[in-house]
Design a protein around this ligand. Structure first.
Ligand code: N01
Length: 508
């Protein structure tokens, strides 16, 4: 029998990986290791360093419930502060000794004989563990546009999530593809520096004003010294954002915030033609609703041009659009999002009987409560299939799922379970329920194409409900939803050994 090096392996050290480790630690479980490809914690908040990067969910709620932060400078914190916060959490909660940096997981294999996972790491010895927790996040793998000629571009080419800080923006002709959450933060941050900014838009996004404000010194003192203050503000913001789910579930209600967004377009964009170009034709909420006060005003600048003609091809010195125009560029930035719905597993994962997760998910990812996948025993995911949110803080979901997984591990350990596997019936029922829940929501009736869906149209990313509903359903580990295979008892092992020697004796 292979030797277990670590009982629990957690892959990733973003919000999810750290929440998982803290949940284990608080439950007195210390036999875990966190594998991190990079050399610091932070996940997406370590990697997204583009100018203007900030959170569009208020920090008191986009942070751990167990760790208030007196250092937030404003309601919507910049990337640097969130990155520092995560580094602080890793240190404060004693997680660093458990983290193995520069460890890229290449694959993992489950062995049904032993009930153990073998985790292969690039250039290192593999790790054998009983439980594997994927905290690799949906927004970790940049998606580059499949546009002919992309590789032929001779200028600086980079993705918003892998910003090239060596490229001098001053006076440069810069092209940005995409007008999503990242692009609307980048444009106002660089518009005044660059010579010319060409913004290539495929679909305009619905944008609402950002109720931004800085925290004054009194509030910061309250965060530091009065634990109840963080708690109450968090509750208030949570419910304020949670109410937005009503509109997503009943899209007719989205007409109200759409009117506000249309008024913002009319107020902040001077050119009536551009106002039309920037007005979305789908129902608000079908794609993520964006928040910004400075994106539209920056489009009025004389050095900024929005190009809504389809990109035909990329050439060595720029972009050619369908109307035949050539846009000459020194740098091309792909603010084109991440491989989310179309992506399978973060690395090859072989479950029961050698089945591979990428193949299991070829028609779209499916799981149960975003934490378990049938056919992949002792494997857990945080922010797995259908546990993303369009209206509230994902950290809330992450903490709920981490608690569920921690309880599952304790329960299985007590019951001496070798492995347990989610019943396929349970997974199918759950996914049928999700399909029913999606009916009539903004994600099915909103007339948009978004990264929430696979190319086949299946929504594999969003939880179609209130976040507290998923929290409620993950409050207890549901042992009955799983097939359990128990570790053999000492007596069973002795019996087995005896019958083997009897059989050998008979053969002699
Ligand atoms: O990516 P996106 P993002 N040709 O997928 C366009 C989180 N986030 O990096 O809409 C031309 O939203 C695409 O066009 P279309 C947040 O969850 C959070 O901006 O598909 N255009 C779209 O305009 C967010 O939702 C914060 O037609 C192409 C854009 O690229 C998620 O990250 C901040 C194209 C991609 O927009 C992703 O945001 C930033 C092509 N071939 C990000 N392919 C916070 O503040 C794509 N596009 C918390």
């Amino acid at each position: 029998m292979p030797k277990i090096n670590q009982r629990i392996v957690i892959v990733g050290t973003g919000f999810a990986g750290l929440a998982m480790a803290v949940a284990l630690k608080k439950a007195g479980q210390h036999d875990y290791i966190l594998l991190e490809e990079a050399n610091e914690v932070g996940g997406t908040w370590r990697d997204n360093t583009y100018p203007g990067a900030a959170c569009d969910v208020p920090s008191p709620v986009y942070s751990f419930s167990f760790e208030s932060n007196p250092h937030w400078s404003s309601k919507f914190s910049p990337q640097k502060e969130i990155f520092l916060y995560l580094q602080h959490c890793a240190t404060k909660y004693g997680l660093r000794p458990h983290i193995q940096f520069r460890s890229r997981v290449e694959s993992s294999h489950f062995d049904e004989e032993t009930g153990l996972w073998t985790v292969a790491i690039a250039g290192q010895d593999p790790i054998i563990c009983r439980y594997l927790v994927l905290c690799t996040g949906g927004l970790s793998r940049p998606s580059y546009p499949k546009i002919p000629g992309l590789d032929s571009f001779q200028g600086a080419l980079f993705h918003s999530a892998r910003w090239n800080h060596d490229f001098p923006l001053e006076g440069a002709r810069v092209g940005i593809i995409g007008t999503g959450a990242s692009a609307i933060q980048i444009v106002p941050a660089i518009a005044a520096k660059v010579g010319k900014l060409s913004l290539f838009q495929r679909t305009p996004a619905w944008i609402l004003p950002k109720a931004e404000r800085t925290f004054n010194s009194l509030e910061r003192k309250l965060f530091a010294r009065v634990p109840g203050y963080h708690y109450l503000l968090r509750k208030f913001l949570y419910w304020q954002f949670e109410l937005r789910a009503i509109g997503l579930l009943k899209p007719a209600l989205m007409r109200i915030p759409q009117k506000e967004a249309e008024a913002l377009i009319r107020r902040d964009i001077r050119d009536p033609e551009l106002q039309k170009e920037m007005t979305p034709q789908y129902t608000m909420g079908c794609k993520r609703v964006l928040l910004s006060n400075d994106f539209y005003p920056s489009l009025n600048r004389s050095n900024v041009e929005v190009i809504s003609d389809t990109i035909e091809r990329i050439v060595p010195d720029g972009i050619v659009t369908k109307d035949g125009r050539q846009h000459r560029l020194d740098a091309l930035i792909c603010a084109t999002g991440f491989q989310v719905a179309e992506a399978s597993a973060p690395f090859p994962i072989y479950g029961l009987y050698g089945q591979e997760l990428g193949k299991t998910w070829k028609d779209g990812a499916e799981g149960y409560l975003g934490v378990s996948i049938s056919g992949y025993p002792n494997l857990f995911t945080i922010v797995g299939p259908n546990s993303g949110l369009g209206h509230n803080s994902i950290v809330f979901m992450i903490e709920a799922q981490a608690r569920y997984i921690q309880k599952a591990i304790v329960k299985m350990q007590k019951a001496a379970v070798k492995y347990f596997d989610l019943k396929k019936l349970v997974q199918d029922d759950y996914n049928r329920e999700l399909s029913r829940r999606f009916e009539g929501t903004v994600w099915t009736a909103g007339h948009c194409v978004s990264w929430y869906h696979t190319p086949g149209g299946k929504n594999t990313t969003i939880f179609p409900g209130f976040s507290f509903q998923l929290r409620w359903r993950t409050r207890k580990f549901k042992m009955g939803a799983y097939h359990a295979v128990f570790l053999e008892s000492r007596q069973q092992l002795t019996d087995k050994a005896q019958s083997r020697s009897t059989a050998a004796g008979l053969l002699r």
